[in-house]
Design a binder for this molecule. Structure first.
Ligand code: ADP
Ligand code: MN
Length: 514
C-alpha cells in the first residue's frame, strides 16, 4: 500500500484510503478528525500514542478508536499470515490423527513406539481454553523500545504534504511486522521485513495471541517430553529398536532397568526363542549406549587413538561414534569370550544397543565386587583369578581393560566376571600402558585393603601383566618410564608405519631396546 499522508486529503483519515482499497472492508462510520492542526498538536500526539498502545494490546478491544481496528476488517496484505494460521490448524488436526494411529499400534504393548518425530505441531491434545493469552503481559514486547527511534516524540515525521504520523497505516504495519521478530523462535513468521509486509493491528494482534499460545503449548510439550524420557530412560528411536527385538522374538520381555549410568542404561530381559544360528540365553542384559553426546566427549581419546577405529573415527558423526562404542564393547567381549575369560556373552548388536547374557539370576544382577563381602579365602581366590584374567586379556586378547576396578567386576557363581569393556584398548594404544597402570593400581589397592597379603603392588602387577620389566621403584619414575615407552612406540609408528614388535600379540618376547 502506498504511504498516505494524512495532510494530503484533509477530510480523509488514513483509514479512508485503506477502506477504498479493501474490497471487503466494511464502511467505517467512525473516523477520527485529523486536521493539520490536530496533527501538530502535542496533546493529540500523546493521545494517539496511548490509543496505539491500547490497540496493540487491547485489554479492552478498542474497535472504535482507530480506523484499522474494526471487527470485520480483513487485511488483504496479510493473506500469507492467515494462510499460515490455517496451516497450523491443519497441522494440529493431522497430529491428532497421528496420535490416534499411534494409540492403535501400541495398544497395551510393553514397549511402545512414538510417532512424535512425525508430528507437525503439537503432540498432545489441543485443549486451548487455558491458553488464552494474558494481554497484560508485555514484558518482552519490543514496542516500547522501538518507539523513540521509529517515530519522534512529536508524533509525526516529514513536512507539509509528506507528513506521516506514527499512526500511519504503513508505518504501523511495518512496525507490527518487525514486532513479530519477538515471537518465540519456533514460531515461523517468515521474512516479513524482507518483503515489506505490513500487518494491520488486527492481524498482528491475532498473530500475537496465536504466538503466545503456541509458546505455551511448546513449553508444556517440552515438560512432558523430559518427563517421559526420565521415566522410560530411552528415547523413541531406542524404544523402537527394543520393540523390534521383542517383536522378532529375540527377547521375551524387557522387565526393567538394572542400572542408569552416565554413558549407558542397562536393562534386564528374558530371552526369547532360539533361532537356527543362535541360542538366546534365558536372561539377557541390554546395554543402551546413551545418545546424549556430552558424556562421550571426554572418552574421545579412548577411541580416537585406537587404530582399529582410527580411519573411521574422523569420518563419522557423533551419533555414529556412539554406535562405535557399542561395537567396540561387542568386539572386546567376543575376544574375551574366545580366551575363556568369564564375561557376558554377546547376543546381538543393533546400532547403539548391545544385548548380552545376563550375569545374575532371576532378574537379580550379580553384585559388584565392591558390594560383596567375601570370605578371606574367596578374596584370595578372586585376586588370583583377576591376576590371571589381566594377563590373558593382555596376551591373548591383546587388550587393556582401561576401566578395571571393583565397580566393573561382578561376583557370580563363585568367581569374578569382567564387564564394561567398551573403552578397552589394545596395549599399543598411545595411552594403553597408562591405562593398564591405572587398572593395576585399582586392583592392587582393592585387594591390599581387602586383606590379601599376597597381592602384588601396582608396579609389580603391571610388570606381571605386561611382561615388561620396568625397574623404577617409585610411582613417579615408573610412570615416566611408561610414558617414555609409549612415546617411543608412537615415534616408531610415525617413522616406520608399524608398531614395535614388543606390542605384537603373536607371542614374541617384548623388545624395547631400540
Ligand atoms: P557403565 O558404563 O554404565 O558403567 P556397565 O557395563 O558397567 O556400564 O553396566 C552398568 C551396570 O549394569 C553394571 O555395574 C552392572 O551392575 C550391570 N550390568 C551390566 N552388564 C550386565 C550383565 N551382562 N549382567 C548383569 N548385570 C550387568
Ligand atoms: Mn561400569
Amino acid at each position: 500500500m502506498d504511504p498516505v499522508g494524512v495532510a494530503a486529503a484533509p477530510d480523509a483519515g488514513p483509514g479512508s484510503a485503506w477502506r477504498s482499497k479493501c474490497p471487503w472492508g466494511a464502511p467505517n462510520t467512525t473516523s477520527i478528525s485529523c486536521s493539520l492542526a490536530d496533527v501538530m498538536s502535542e496533546q493529540l500526539a500523546k493521545e494517539l500514542q496511548l490509543e496505539e498502545e491500547n490497540a496493540a494490546f487491547p485489554e479492552v478491544v478498542a474497535v472504535d478508536e482507530g480506523p484499522f481496528i474494526t471487527g470485520e476488517n480483513v487485511d488483504t496484505s496479510s493473506d500469507l499470515m492467515l494462510a499460515q494460521m490455517l496451516q497450523m490448524e491443519f497441522d494440529r488436526e493431522y497430529d491428532a490423527q497421528l496420535r490416534r494411529e499411534e494409540k492403535k499400534i501400541n495398544g497395551d504393548s510393553k514397549v511402545s513406539i512414538s510417532f512424535e518425530n512425525y508430528r507437525k505441531v503439537h503432540p498432545y491434545d489441543s485443549d486451548s481454553s487455558e491458553d488464552e493469552v494474558d494481554w497484560q503481559d508485555t514484558r518482552h514486547d519490543p514496542y516500547r523500545a522501538d518507539k523513540p527511534t521509529t517515530t519522534p516524540r512529536r508524533g509525526f515525521v516529514g513536512k507539509g504534504k509528506d507528513i506521516t504520523t506514527k499512526h500511519d497505516e504503513v508505518v504501523c504495519g511495518r512496525k507490527n511486522t518487525a514486532r513479530m521478530e519477538n515471537f518465540a523462535p519456533e514460531f515461523q513468521v517468515g521474512d516479513g521485513i524482507g518483503m515489506d509486509l505490513k500487518l494491520s493491528n488486527q492481524v498482528f494482534n491475532a498473530l500475537k495471541q496465536h504466538a503466545y499460545s503456541e509458546e505455551r503449548r511448546s513449553a508444556r510439550l517440552h515438560e512432558k517430553k523430559e518427563h517421559s524420557t526420565a521415566e522410560k530412560a530411552v528415547d523413541p528411536k531406542t524404544r523402537l529398536l527394543l520393540y523390534k527385538m521383542v517383536n522378532a522374538g529375540m527377547l521375551e520381555t524387557i522387565t526393567g532397568c538394572i542400572s542408569t549410568g552416565k554413558e549407558s542404561v542397562v536393562f534386564h530381559a528374558y530371552g526369547g526363542n532360539a533361532t537356527e544360528d543362535k541360542v538366546i540365553p534365558p536372561e539377557c542384559a541390554i546395554k543402551v549406549f546413551k545418545t546424549t553426546l556430552n558424556e562421550f566427549k571426554n572418552r574421545d581419546k579412548y577411541i580416537k587413538d585406537d587404530y582399529r577405529f582410527k580411519d573411521r573415527f574422523s569420518k563419522l558423526n557423533p551419533r555414529k561414534i556412539i554406535r562405535m562404542w557399542a561395537e567396540k564393547e561387542m568386539h572386546n567381549l567376543t575376544r574375551m569370550q574366545n580366551a575363556g575369560i568369564p564375561c557376558p556373552q554377546v547376543v546381538s548388536l543393533k546400532k547403539h544397543v548391545l544385548v548380552m547374557s545376563f550375569i545374575g539370576q532371576d532378574q537379580v544382577p550379580a553384585p559388584k565386587l565392591k558390594d560383596v563381602t567375601l570370605s578371606s579365602e574367596d578374596m584370595k581366590k578372586a585376586y588370583y583369578q583377576i591376576l590371571n584374567m589381566m594377563q590373558q586379556l593382555y596376551e591373548e586378547c591383546n587388550l587393556v581393560h582401561a576401566d578395571l576396578s571393583e565397580y566393573n567386576m561382578l561376583w557370580h557363581d563363585g568367581k569374578v566376571w569382567l564387564i564394561d569393556v567398551s573403552q578397552s584398548v589394545e596395549p599399543t594404544h598411545p595411552h594403553g600402558l597408562e591405562f593398564l597402570f591405572r587398572d593395576c593400581r585399582n586392583v592392587s589397592q582393592f585387594f591390599q585393603k581387602g586383606g590379601v597379603a599376597e597381592a602384588l603392588n601396582e608396579r609389580e602387577l603391571f610388570n606381571a601383566v605386561s611382561g615388561l620389566n620396568i625397574t623404577a621403584d617409585n610411582e613417579v619414575d615408573f610412570q615416566a618410564e611408561i610414558e617414555a615407552l609409549e612415546k617411543m612406540n608412537e615415534d616408531h609408528v610415525q617413522n616406520h608405519g608399524k608398531k614395535l614388535s614388543m606390542f605384537s600379540s603373536d607371542g614374541d618376547p617384548p623388545i624395547y631396546d631400540e
